[in-house]
Design a binder for this molecule. Structure first.
Ligand code: CA
Ligand code: CA
Ligand code: CA
Ligand code: CA
Length: 169
């Protein structure tokens, strides 16, 4: 596949992430996972609000896997992170080293997200293509639209407005 710049990827994903109503009834995970982001600027406590971040924290810092992260384990991994950033190994992390280390991780993250979203689009097509003929007919497309409208029109009066539940968007 042609490589797409990270900026374009970000722009391409923005509308997807902002809209929860998809063309298929299949659930789509459009969340950017926090697993591969670093904790340098964000405290672990804040990021452990969901289970995924907690798992990521333990897999990163609980080196001996005993379910506890000692301060020694934590600081050892922090030291690894520092040395990883010190690309020229001079014992200092310059601005360029810091930023480029982040950029590499960001690009990896966006590429992973891109692949996941494309896989999801593939999957949504299989859900939409009810008769599995490899073609999304207008009828099949409309069937999905009717399901979406019906979900949004929670009081089933044929109109989507303030009377309907907002949670369905
Ligand atoms: Ca441990
Ligand atoms: Ca350096
Ligand atoms: Ca079809
Ligand atoms: Ca309604």
């Amino acid at each position: 596949m042609k490589r797409i710049s990270p900026l374009l990827l970000t722009l391409a994903f923005a509308p997807l992430a902002a809209c929860a109503t998809h063309d298929a009834t299949a659930p789509a995970d459009t969340q950017i996972t926090a697993a591969s982001t670093d904790t340098t600027e964000t405290t672990p406590a804040r990021r452990s609000a969901d289970g995924h971040s907690k798992d990521a924290f333990f897999s990163k810092y609980d080196v001996n896997g005993d379910g506890h992260v000692t301060q020694a384990e934590f600081m050892a991994e922090r030291a690894n992170g520092y040395h990883r950033r010190d690309a020229n190994g001079d014992g200092n992390v310059q601005s360029e080293e810091y930023v480029s280390e982040y950029e590499i991780r960001l690009i990896e993250q966006l590429e992973e997200q891109h692949k996941r979203q494309i896989d999801q689009a593939d999957f949504r097509f299989t859900v939409l293509d009810k008769n599995e003929d490899g073609n999304l007919s207008l009828d099949e497309f409309h069937a999905s639209g009717e399901r979406m409208f019906s979900t949004l029109d929670s009081n089933k009066d044929g109109i989507v407005d303030e009377q309907d539940e907002k949670d369905n968007y």
